[in-house]
Ligand binder design. Sequence first.
Ligand code: HPA
Length: 254
Amino acid sequence: MASVAVIGGTGMNQWPGLEVKEKLQIDTPYGAPSAPVLLGRVYGIQALFLARHGEGHRIPPHAINYRANLWALRQAGARSVVAIAAVGAIAPWLPPGMVAVPVDLIDYTSDREHTYCDGIHAELQHVEFTEPYSERVRRELLHGALAARIDIAEGGVMGVTQGPRLESAAEIKRLKRDGCDMVGMTGMPEAALARELGIDYASLAVSVNWAAGLGSGDIHGEIHQSIEEGMAKVRALLERALPALRARDEEMGS
Ligand code: HPA
């Protein structure tokens, strides 16, 4: 049984190390997910992987079928989801190459299919979202970082923008005033949909650049320089965290 899933994004569109056993083509009431859900073995456990931007990294953040993605993962058995997200850093303590486990988020996206409660497929429910991320999954990620001796930022608020363009300097100043420590484009509605489905979801944010107006002025250069450093940390951390997550899921009967 594979109860642990990873959603990979920019920088982790594939999962080197995952020994793929099956490519699950899952159709959902919401259409097709970004890619087949991969079921395989990694770090001694069975795990699921979904490439958020599709095979070949072609789907932009605003066009991702988040509803189909989360539905397909649940269909495949996912109980705990770790969502990898490349982010721009707003807080000074999150330099490019650093990894964070955000504790909260602010949604600035618009015009995305953001709920299953659409009056057609599911009844209305007002899910609680005071703590948008699963504390259980966050703890395992933080323990994994400790075990792998990776310096990690414990917390931070993720602002999620519509994209695909990057932000203006004034928009980043506003996000900073709002309390955001980092900015990405894919964290919502992903987190909220996971909550609606009862999936325990947490984000592993990889700082890949200083947000607009805060760095060298060469955002793409910064991304190019730091993304592999950050993703190597993610892989080392997952090696410790995922078997622990799987063990907890098993204790809870998945
Ligand atoms: N802004 C929004 N999303 C991002 C950024 C950014 O600077 N870097 C990586 N994803």
